[in-house]
Design a protein around this ligand. Structure first.
Ligand SMILES: [Zn+2]
Length: 196
């Protein structure tokens, strides 16, 4: 791959080549179940690939003139950091405090700030919405949302950009056909990062 911004086709090819699209019975971080899982760390473990994915999101973000990049959750820190580096802004992140999404560690936003909220793999968009709520609660503006892999459309009240749309069916546990068939479920492993 070159140093240019990754395209959707290139990201999909990389995910496939790296075995990052897994088949099974998975409990996603959203709590929903799916027979496919995207192991985002096959991207995040490779800095040059992260750089190219971030370049695509940063190119979109520049027109929105953000003053800060906010990773929507701990799992989005790696990508958000690289987007911020390319934009020349600070990069901060939302994490849970007593189970509630918050900015900790002295991270500050003021009313003049325009936050670009970044998340990697998005299924329901719950963490993005939580990140946007944290930004608004601090009185700052939301400039936009950048997502690397979007598994389902979601409405955030601000325009999102997704590098790759990869629609994958997911189910409430009560309506999951694999649960109905008593198939053992896998926790893919990003959940513990988000619940801290
Ligand atoms: Zn299930």
């Amino acid at each position: 791959m070159s140093d240019a911004a990754a395209t959707a086709d290139e990201l999909l090819a990389e995910l496939r080549a790296r075995g990052a699209i897994l088949s099974g019975h998975f409990r996603l971080s959203s709590g929903r179940h799916s027979n496919l899982f995207v192991q985002k760390f096959r991207i995040l473990e490779d800095p040059p690939l992260v750089e190219r994915v971030a370049r695509a999101l940063a190119a979109h973000a520049r027109a929105l003139a953000p003053t800060v990049v906010v990773s929507a959750a701990v799992g989005g820190i790696v990508l958000g950091y690289e987007v911020a580096r390319q934009l020349g802004t600070l990069g901060i992140f939302v994490e849970k405090e007593n189970g509630v999404p918050a900015l900790r560690r002295g991270f500050a936003l003021d009313p003049d700030d325009r936050a670009f909220v970044v998340e990697d793999v998005v299924t329901t968009g719950g963490s993005v919405r939580e990140g946007l709520d944290v930004v608004r609660a601090r009185g700052a503006k939301t400039a936009g949302v950048g997502i690397s892999v979007r598994r389902a459309p979601a409405d955030f009240g601000v325009p999102p950009t997704a590098l790759l749309d990869l629609p994958i069916e997911s189910f409430d546990p009560e309506h999951c056909p694999q649960c109905a068939a008593h198939e053992p479920i896998t926790e893919p492993g990003s959940r513990f990062l988000k619940s801290k």
